[in-house]
Ligand binder design. Structure first.
Ligand code: ZN
Length: 340
């Protein structure tokens, strides 16, 4: 019987040394201390058969075996649980010395950058900002602006019609009529937004583009005010040494009318590939508001006068950012847009 006890202890030693995981230790516990078939339990069962004079000695040896085995198993189980805990903590803990992750911010579209810049320049000159509607009636887009129904200039603005009366505005000049109809002068208004014409998509043209319209109506406004305003505007948007040149032109809603060129921002007037060796770039159209347009809005053209100008935001963005193709602005390629 004492031999069996020693043998059981040796077997336990070997098994305990081999146990590598918590599951191994659990299996060991069942093997030695299980109520059914556990080795220690079996030895206690054999105690009944031991002669009375040796019972005390064997009983003490058995108790010792059970206590010793239990203590060693408990020790190893505790160590294993502590190790498991440490591993869990290592997995969930935060390393405060790691560099932070930079959140990714969006950037403004080049059109938005230029539009805001232009709006800011005119806000500083006390203009109010009014984007106006993109869906418009014939009156606000054409007739109020002196494009009579059979006016040939209508052909230069190939229009998207949404019905017999409704259309997509072909310019931001609709805001002129809307403003002048509902209030009394003086006005200083800037309007920037999308406009639409049935154009083919080319390097310079798109059926949808962005325009800025500005107009100023007051007593005694003359062409000199227009020239001064546009010179200031162009020098703020491009560079302070920008030269401005006026060429006579024609628009139904201004008289006199002019096209404005700026000295080429790339070669500063010397002539390069971008300006076709002329040193100048066409940038906007302008003029004194036609007296008939003022009268259309119920304004006395003998008392009030004004100027108006319009230009493409897309064109300004292309020149400012050196883009040769207008499509670059509308393709929404993130690799391009993230540069701004
Ligand atoms: Zn040039």
């Amino acid at each position: 019987m004492l031999d069996s006890i020693r043998k059981t202890e040796q077997e336990f030693d070997v098994a305990l040394a081999a146990a590598a995981s918590h599951a191994d230790l659990e299996a060991l516990r069942v093997r030695f201390f299980g109520r059914k078939g556990g080795a220690v339990h079996a030895l206690f069962a054999e105690l009944k058969a031991v002669p009375a004079e040796r019972k005390k000695e064997v009983g003490e040896a058995l108790n010792q075996l059970r206590d010793s085995l239990e203590a060693r198993l408990r020790e190893k189980l505790d160590a294993s649980a502590a190790e498991e805990n440490a591993r869990k903590q290592a997995r969930s803990s935060i390393d405060v010395t790691l560099p932070g992750r930079t959140p990714s911010f969006g950037s403004l579209h080049p059109i938005t950058i230029v539009r805001r810049e232009i709006e800011q320049i005119f806000r500083e000159m006390a203009y109010s900002i009014d984007p106006g509607p993109e869906v418009e009636t014939d009156w606000y887009n054409f007739e109020g602006l002196n494009f009579t129904p059979d006016h040939p200039a209508r052909d230069t603005q190939d229009t998207f019609y949404l019905g017999p009366e409704l259309l997509l505005r072909t310019h931001t000049s609709n805001v002129q009529i809307r403003t002048m109809e509902k209030a009394a002068p003086p006005f200083k208004v800037l309007s920037a937004g999308r406009v639409y014409r049935r154009d083919e998509i080319t390097l310079r043209r798109s059926p949808m583009f962005h325009q800025v319209e500005g107009f100023f109506v007051d007593r005694g406004v003359h062409f000199g005010h227009l020239r001064g305003t546009l010179e200031h505007f162009m020098r703020r948007v491009f560079s302070p040494d920008t030269e401005v040149r006026f060429r006579p032109s024609y628009f139904p809603f201004t008289e006199p009318s002019a096209e404005v060129d700026i000295s080429c921002p790339f070669c500063h007037g010397k002539g390069c590939g971008t300006c076709s060796k002329t040193g100048w770039m066409e940038i906007l159209g302008c003029g004194m508001i036609h007296p008939q347009v003022l009268r259309n809005c119920g304004i006395d053209a003998n008392e009030w006068s004004g100027f108006a100008f319009g230009l493409g935001i897309d064109r300004v963005a292309m020149i400012k950012f050196g883009m040769p193709n207008i499509r670059t602005l509308f393709e929404n390629d993130l690799r391009v847009l993230r540069q701004f």
